[in-house]
Design a protein. Structure first.
Length: 299
């Protein structure tokens, strides 16, 4: 007797692997060249506070704010506070040496993805499958599946990665055709994932900006992002990049023991209402190189 066929079992709260609460120890390079040390559980918000936001430190207000010179993600509040104490005991020369090493190791380069990146990209994506509702996928894709997805994005739209000074993956952003039907040929769905230990450091913005530039240069008219709801950081991220939320589907996905919604964010890449020219899947190498140079802060 044949058993009835069923769909997948719903993901439960127990399926969500725990994530250590974020805590950072950091140094800022103030406008006068001095270094300020501190700890925080929200690095992006703390950097904003030091540079004119509310609740900034008296020292950084007096010395002209600052830019990030060193950051280390810690295992929790206690670890961060201990490391902050140790950091403040270092001599000026020791702090400068630490900042120089950090800058070298954390210099981020944006480049096109390659098939050889599939394994590390797969590992980062699978972390989000296990820990986050940023993706509604339950199971891990294989490396071969990730490689095929990567190659399709490179062929039709865009796929870029961010790597640090040691060649480690810091994040990736990609775009795929929105739909297979011909009338949607000028629409692309965009995605970005960053190393969870590098969130709040601006990597995602650089990646996404490069992908959007590539899509526009190829002749795409709309970038569309599907964002889990609730996901306030992602909503704020897309809004800051010029996306508008055009729609929301409530209670449309079930993961980690709860129903979630889905938001549609859209960014127009071209102006006008006339007939579009066909999308050019292959950009001239010099145009692509110029986009990547801009993503890397080069002239």
């Amino acid at each position: 007797m044949m058993s009835p066929r069923t769909g997948p079992a719903p993901s439960t709260a127990a399926d969500c692997l725990p994530v250590d609460p974020p805590a950072w120890v950091y140094m800022l390079r103030c406008a006068d060249g001095s270094l300020y040390s501190g700890w925080t559980n929200d690095l992006a918000r703390r950097l904003h506070a030091h540079n004119g936001g509310s609740h900034g430190a008296r020292y950084t207000r007096a010395h002209g704010g600052g830019t990030l010179a060193y950051a280390l993600r810690c295992t929790g509040k206690s670890d961060a506070m201990h490391r902050e104490t140790a950091l403040k005991k270092l001599s000026k020369a020791e702090k400068e040496a630490l900042a120089a090493t950090w800058a070298k190791e954390n210099t981020i380069t944006i480049r096109l993805a390659a098939p050889e990146d599939a394994e590390t990209i797969n590992g980062l994506y699978c972390w989000y499958v296990d820990h986050s509702t940023a993706t509604y996928q339950y199971g891990h894709p294989t490396v071969d599946e990730t490689r095929a997805d990567l190659c399709l994005a490179l062929e039709k739209a865009a796929f870029v990665v961010a790597v640090d000074g040691a060649g480690n993956l810091a994040g990736y952003a990609c775009a795929h055709p929105w739909h297979t039907r011909e009338a949607f040929s000028w629409d692309a769905e965009t995605t970005v994932y960053c190393d969870p230990h590098r969130l709040s450091l601006g990597v995602g913005r650089r990646l996404y900006t490069a992908v959007l530039e590539i899509l526009k240069a190829k002749g795409y008219w709309n970038a569309i992002a599907l964002v889990a709801d609730p996901n306030p950081p992602s909503a704020a991220f897309h809004k800051a990049l010029g996306f508008t939320r055009y729609g929301r589907e409530p209670r449309t996905g079930y993961k980690f023991g709860r129903w979630l919604g889905l938001d549609y964010w859209v960014l127009p890449l071209q102006e006008g209402t006339g007939a579009p020219a066909p999308v050019h899947y292959d950009l001239p190498p010099e145009e692509l190189e110029a986009i990547l140079r801009r993503a890397n802060g080069e002239n």
